[in-house]
Design a binder for this molecule. Sequence first.
Ligand code: NAD
Length: 258
Amino acid sequence: MQDRIIAITGAASGIGRATALLCAERGAHVALMDVDEAGLKLVAQEAERSGVSAATYVCDVRDEDVVAEAFSSARRDLGTPRGLFACAGIDLPGFAHELPAERWQKVIDINLNGSFFASKHMLQGLLDSGLGGSIVLCSSPASFVSFAAGANTAYAASKGAVSALTRTLALDYARYGVRVNAVVPGPTETPLMWMAVPAEDRARLTTTIESEVPLGRLATPREQAHAVLWLLSDDSSFVTGSHLVCDGGVLAKASISV
Ligand code: NAD
């Protein structure tokens, strides 16, 4: 990863933040994109302690013009990114019969359209420069199984589409030396996990989740970052169109192989 340039959306928190810091520790310069400006600045300061450059771009992945501008600024500031982790994502649960259209649309716009816009503008830079690269999208076990708690309507649909996008981009761009894979994080201790959960319910929910995970615990963001790092790096040079499942055994328990 030494002196590689890696772009990360959703870099201000959770799995995106942990990946940015791990890439920086391994010598990569990082282009950090998120809507959370204050969070971005903190991650950049932390990344720079590893002696690399970290540039921040306030970027709502729902807006293609803003994403395009962030990638062209990153190319100008750091050079052409050779790796992308499209990690920005949200979860707004709700049962289908009462799910407001705006709630559905917001999840699709961020999780799916955001992954598409980031991939598109990353690919344009790679094709213009004739460089190969690695794109990692962020799927979820929800792409493959339903959870007992239910109400995962928009999130599951968005992540299922991200998985399909991963495979189709992998086939379209293999000839250009661009690999496209997805990471499948299991339950991971991040702010997203708790977004819609009242504080008093968290301990009970943690116990429930842990009982559903064969390894018996939540993952740390850093554990997910190691999986992403492998896909971004040349260590995975013959891997494309794949899902790297880092879920503590959740899909294996459901007898799903990806
Ligand atoms: P998180 O909430 O800690 O981080 C998500 C980041 O995305 C935040 O920094 C947020 O500001 C950013 N973001 C939200 N909307 C955005 C937008 N419109 N434009 C740009 N940035 C935006 O969550 P996390 O758990 O680290 O989630 C990261 C990814 O991992 C998501 O795609 C999520 O679906 C996926 N994932 C998480 C888990 C889990 O258990 N935490 C499990 C499976 C998949």
